[in-house]
Design a protein around this ligand. Structure first.
Ligand code: NDP
Ligand code: MG
Ligand code: MG
Length: 341
């Protein structure tokens, strides 16, 4: 079993002795900076000129500077802008202000793992990655609880990098729930594999394929939607609460028997081989390069596939059907159905 670190293993004063810059005020950025501030840490936000987030951060009473100003003032810099923009922000506005003894923090290992960012000598490089979206990280902190987090040290120039990462994790509530140590490589590769093969890529395409099979066989799309998409949440909630075992315990015997008999026919040995091929592309950098090259070219491939996927008939069916569920409200303020940003 992996060792877990809790509040008593972390010394917040290490962080309270620092000047912290949180670069970006999005999902993770707002959660980290507000909770660090509430933990008595001297925090400032670094944002690009004309940033849309600036007003939100200032409304919370946070000090907002340009990225370069924030990086210059601070001796611990947490980079929380989207992964594909980090290298440019780092090169232009952070690297010139890094000094020996500074610490560079991340919430995901992508840019370090694939070499898009390399920190200068004498700078600690560490990760604190809460295992939840920012609004949950913040909500749990405010409720006096926390979201479990991973920490990792890539470069321990000061000899204190791990303690500093633990202190940061404490500042955002992570050690209340428990922190596990990993490496940049393990965190990055498992994160990408998980989202591609299972959570996002796997689940989305499994649902779409199920919907296609039913509708192509002549069943009503509305009924197909209920059976292959809507009920997925019930199943996933059970899995999260008590593992696959609880899910199998809760469903009918018919459903459980069908799981055992037909599950392996759908997810067969070939699917596992496909997953291994996906993992190989994650490990050797093929996926990272394709993503970053496309992003550098304006995300042409990304946007084309997104537009194509939004046209899948399951989306139109779902838009209509969800109106029947008065308690299902899409409350994300940045997201408009059909035009997801
Ligand atoms: P977001 O997309 O929410 O970050 C948006 C913020 O970054 C905004 O404040 C935006 O400013 C700012 N930003 C975007 N581009 C630039 C730029 N070029 N220069 C300066 N600021 C910029 O990011 P996330 O919080 O989702 O992700 C941040 C990091 O956390 C990533 O490494 C991610 O992998 C990791 N992570 C994310 C999780 C999540 O749940 N989202 C979970 C765990 C880790 P503006 O408003 O002006 O656009
Ligand atoms: Mg990810
Ligand atoms: Mg059923």
């Amino acid at each position: 079993m992996a060792k877990k670190y809790y509040d008593e293993d972390a010394d917040l004063s290490l962080l309270q002795d620092r000047k912290v810059a949180v670069i970006g005020y999005g999902s993770q950025g707002h959660a980290h900076s507000l909770s660090l501030r509430d933990s008595g840490v001297d925090v400032r936000i670094g944002l690009a000129e004309g940033s849309k987030s600036k007003a939100k951060a200032e409304a919370e009473g946070l000090k907002v500077l340009t990225v370069a100003e924030a990086a210059k003032e601070a001796d611990l810099i947490m980079i929380l802008v989207p992964d594909q923009h980090q290298a440019k922000v780092f090169k232009e506005s952070i690297e010139p202000h890094l000094e020996e003894g500074d610490a560079l923090f991340f919430a995901h290992g992508f840019n370090i793992r694939y070499g898009y960012i390399t920190a200068p000598e004498g700078v600690d490089v560490a990760m604190v990655a809460p295992k939840g979206p920012g609004h949950v990280v913040r909500r749990e902190f405010e409720a006096g609880r926390g979201v479990p987090a991973l920490i990792a040290v890539e470069k321990d120039a000061s000899g204190k990098a791990k303690d500093l990462a633990l202190a940061y994790a404490k500042g955002v509530g992570g050690t209340r729930a428990g922190v596990i140590e990993t490496t940049f490589t393990e965190e990055t590769e498992t994160d990408l594999f998980g989202e591609q093969a299972v959570l996002c890529g796997g689940a989305s395409h499994l649902v779409q394929a199920g919907f296609e099979v039913l509708t192509e066989a002549g069943y009503q799309p509305e009924v197909a939607y209920f059976e292959v998409l809507h009920e997925l949440k019930l199943i996933v909630d059970l899995m999260v609460e008590g593992g696959i075992a609880k899910q199998r315990w809760s469903v009918s015997d018919t459903a459980e028997y069908g799981d055992y008999i037909s599950g392996p026919r759908v997810i067969d040995a070939r699917v596992k081989e496909n997953m291994q091929a996906v993992l190989k592309d994650v490990q050797d950098g093929t996926f990272a390069k394709r993503f970053m090259d496309d992003q550098a070219a304006g995300g042409t491939e990304f946007k084309a596939i997104r537009a194509e996927q939004e046209k899948h008939p399951i989306e139109a069916t779902g838009r209509e059907l969800r109106k029947m569920f008065s308690w299902l409200q899409d409350t994300d303020d940045d997201y408009t159905e059909g035009t997801a940003a």
